[in-house]
Design a protein around this ligand. Sequence first.
Ligand code: TXA
Ligand code: MG
Length: 319
Amino acid sequence: MPIVAATPEAIADAAQLVRAGGLVAMPTETVYGLAADATNGRAVAAIYATKGRPSFNPLIVHVASIDAARALAHIPPHAETLARTFWPGALTLVLEARPSNAIASLVTAGLATLAIRVPAHPVARALIAATGRPLAAPSANRSGRISPTTAAHVAEDFAADSLLILDGGACAHGLESTILACNADGTLTLLRPGAIASDAISAATGMRLTIPQSNPNIPTAPGQLASHYAPRAGVRLDAVIVHPGEALLAFGPKPLATSGPVINLSPTADLIEAAHNLFAALRTLDATGVSAIAVMPIPATGLGIAICDRLARAAAVRS
Ligand code: TXA
Ligand code: MG
């Protein structure tokens, strides 16, 4: 599991590996991704095998530009507006796929739609440019576990594998992209809250998002299963006291009293800072060996919606 600094030489080596059908872990502005050539079915199969991911859970394809996206999928006017406003960036659009595109069918798990994102991170962009291929990339964690926001997190999950990991430092957002379905009738459905708050999307474009009534057992983005992002320790939400043997994931200027391990996501109650710190904090508290992590209440507004979504999945009963 070599971690290498993402120098131009390392990116060129990684691109050669990807063109030959290999996998590379790359930094993005959201979380680290496990990237492969999206046009190579064997390479895409290796993503599923390496992650232990169910093959009914489709992947996001990363491309360099709106025009590159257009070659793969139809971009209706409302999607075009979103793409022009938020790409490159942490927004994934689910679009009607062009049936003749070169994307391996395993990427979409048989769906007629394709999830596409133009990332902003310079290393991800350089890797896309150097391979000249669309890159399929799920988060670079084992299926069901906490998404990685540093190269070391990726190495933790894939310790037994020989995976090339491009180190681009800590991810700026620390939460996965927001996923919107761009429906044929001109409406938008929020499939996954993420690094761009839905009220920011509405404010920038004047568009309304439909938020599906959540039934955690009927995933809207197919991979949005209730139990996800799971640390080994249990997770207890909306804690107002800390029990003996628990670690505390605190938020805000008044952390609960405890003699156990504590990480404060943001002492100033800043949701952007809390999102950036969330997954690393869960990993660090989990590594202390506590039986449970008590989580202080976090406001479900703005980015807090995505933070609460991830914490609810981390707390969900595991099947
Ligand atoms: O920020 C991100 O989005 C990161 C970075 C690496 O780009 N990627 C990421 O991928 O979070 P992943 O595989 O962990 O999550 C992708 C989500 C899954 O929930 C999947 O079900 C959904 O996207 N998805 C992919 N294709 C879809 C489609 N055609 N329709 C609906 N949901 C789709
Ligand atoms: Mg993931």
